[in-house]
Write a protein that binds this ligand. Structure first.
Ligand code: NAD
Length: 467
């Protein structure tokens, strides 16, 4: 079907791979090519491909644009343009039928100037070093913006979790943990869930790490967040990213003359982030009218019940065939008139054609890097406001931080406290973004990066560079 997401990869001069996600069967690697890259001198200095279709180049270039606007010192632009550590591991795992699979895993540690590396683990057959680097970089920016004492990291395992039994997944996850155990730790690098990974996987990681580590005064299960509540997880973590998306919308919509209770919205991707954003936004009175995921596109102008659909997806694996809405085309999905569009699937899905089709007033980025620079260019020209991912989806890492604090201090917070503290962080991050936009007269994405870079700059100024 037309939603199939393929990733084309072509070698670039320095051996990195460029990648272009192509949605809906569109041919040609045009992702991002309509936009001029910022900071090409820095990209060249650190040996990155000057390739507008490369996800990592796109991501860093967006930061370099903000760096230029705020006049960030050149040495900091260089430091932030490449991750501190890139770890790649290969390990054999026995399958249920007795055969062996050689599995590839990643952990990229982008920056730890503000605190331990922090970021999720993606389990997906297309996971690639450039994706992981981009996502690690975004975590550095996000943690800085939302005011949690972490740096940025990200990891992944190149597998399709849907194709493995529970026992195979347990062996894959535990063996991956053993392979990276010396590179993570409760005070050094704290992974979490991302696309394709869940709280059960986090529990296996925490258990494996605890088993391998020396038991000292610390709580070794603080090595990972997003654990089940029964084993050190925090109340409110599962819904946290969606809650943060809605907290951001509530904070930002009034200045766009929109009232949440009167909004209509559509959602791309109905997994953790998409379904929780839908359910919580619906609870505020908003009406969901179109949804898409890897199985199809559905529409109902009278409204799709977000909770009922989430129940259906948890049983059937996707939105296709949902009986209380009609199947529609990709074009109809994007052209559906709504106030708010929430991309909550994968990266680079809003390219120029999707941006041309969108019929909304606001894009609230639940996913990481869902909009390419070229797609954003189109959205800006069409007067569509983008609430950037490092602000909008920072709720997940914020509640992960609360989980870590609870683990390290042997506490258990109630849900009201989690929600209250989360809202405080989201409102402050939105405020910092607005202030930067006012000061530099720029778009919200640039403003969010400036606010994040400001905090990193202050930390580097007082820390200095060793030796
Ligand atoms: P998930 O695995 O729970 O859901 C992913 C969704 O994307 C699924 O509904 C899937 O059907 C859909 N999808 C995949 N390929 C698609 C395609 N080609 N077309 C349409 N839909 C497609 O993952 P998640 O945790 O909800 O993460 C979604 C996004 O949010 C990712 O970018 C992730 O990095 C980001 N994010 C997640 C968290 C978190 O706490 N889970 C936090 C911050 C950011």
């Amino acid at each position: 079907m037309s939603t199939t997401r393929t990733k084309s990869k072509s070698a670039t001069t320095n051996g990195q791979r460029s990648q272009t996600y192509r949605n809906g069967g569109r041919s040609g690697g045009s992702a991002g090519t309509g936009a001029v890259l910022s900071g090409s001198d820095v990209l060249a200095d650190v040996g990155l491909p000057d390739d507008p279709a490369n996800l990592y180049t796109q991501t860093v270039s967006t930061m370099l644009h903000a760096a230029e606007v705020m006049n960030l010192p050149h040495y900091l632009q260089l430091i932030l343009a490449q991750p501190k550590n890139e770890i790649m591991v290969h390990f054999p795992v026995r399958m249920d039928n007795g055969s062996f699979l050689l599995v590839k895993g990643y952990r990229v540690q982008h920056n730890n100037a503000l605190g331990p590396f922090k970021g999720g683990l993606r389990f997906h057959p297309d996971v690639h070093l450039d994706d992981v680097k981009s996502l690690a970089f975004l975590m550095t920016m996000k943690c800085s913006l939302v005011g949690v004492p972490y740096g940025g990291g990200k990891g992944g395992i190149k597998i399709d979790p849907r194709k493995h039994t529970k026992t195979e997944m347990e062996r894959i996850v535990r063996r991956f943990t053993a392979a990276i155990a010396h590179n993570i730790g409760p005070d050094y690098d704290i992974p979490a869930p991302d696309v394709g990974s869940n709280s059960q996987h986090m529990a296996w990681i925490a258990d494996t790490y605890s088993f391998l580590s020396e038991i000292g005064g610390d709580n070794p299960s603080a090595v990972i967040t997003g654990k089940p509540v029964e084993y050190g997880g925090s109340l409110g973590r599962e819904k946290a990213t969606g809650q943060g998306v809605v907290d951001t919308l509530i904070e930002m919509l009034p200045e766009l003359k929109l009232r949440p209770e009167r909004c209509t919205f559509s959602v791309l991707g109905y997994g953790n982030v998409g379904s929780w954003s839908g359910k919580i936004f619906q609870d505020k009175g908003a009406k969901m009218t179109a949804v898409a995921d890897h199985t199809g596109f559905i529409i109902n102008e009278k409204g799709i019940d977000a909770k009922d659909l989430a129940e259906y997806v948890s049983q059937k694996g996707g939105v296709a065939g949902y009986p209380k809405a009609s199947k529609c085309s990709k074009e109809d999905f994007y052209r559906t008139k709504v106030d708010v569009f929430i991309p909550a699937a994968l990266e680079q899905m809003i390219q120029e054609p999707e941006a041309e089709m969108l019929n909304c007033k606001v894009v609230a980025e639940g996913a990481n890097a869902p909009t390419t620079p070229a797609g954003e260019h189109v959205l800006q020209a069409r007067g569509i406001e983008v609430l950037p991912a490092i602000l909008c989806n920072a709720g997940g890492v914020t509640v992960s931080y609360f989980e870590w604090v609870q683990n390290k201090s042997f506490q258990a917070w109630d849900l009201a406290k989690v929600d209250r503290e989360l809202n405080k962080h989201m409102v402050q991050a939105a405020g910092r973004t607005r202030e930067a936009r006012k000061k530099y007269s720029c778009d919200l994405r640039t403003a969010s990066y400036i606010a994040a870079l400001e905090r990193l700059k202050q930390a580097y100024e007082v820390r200095g560079i060793f030796p």
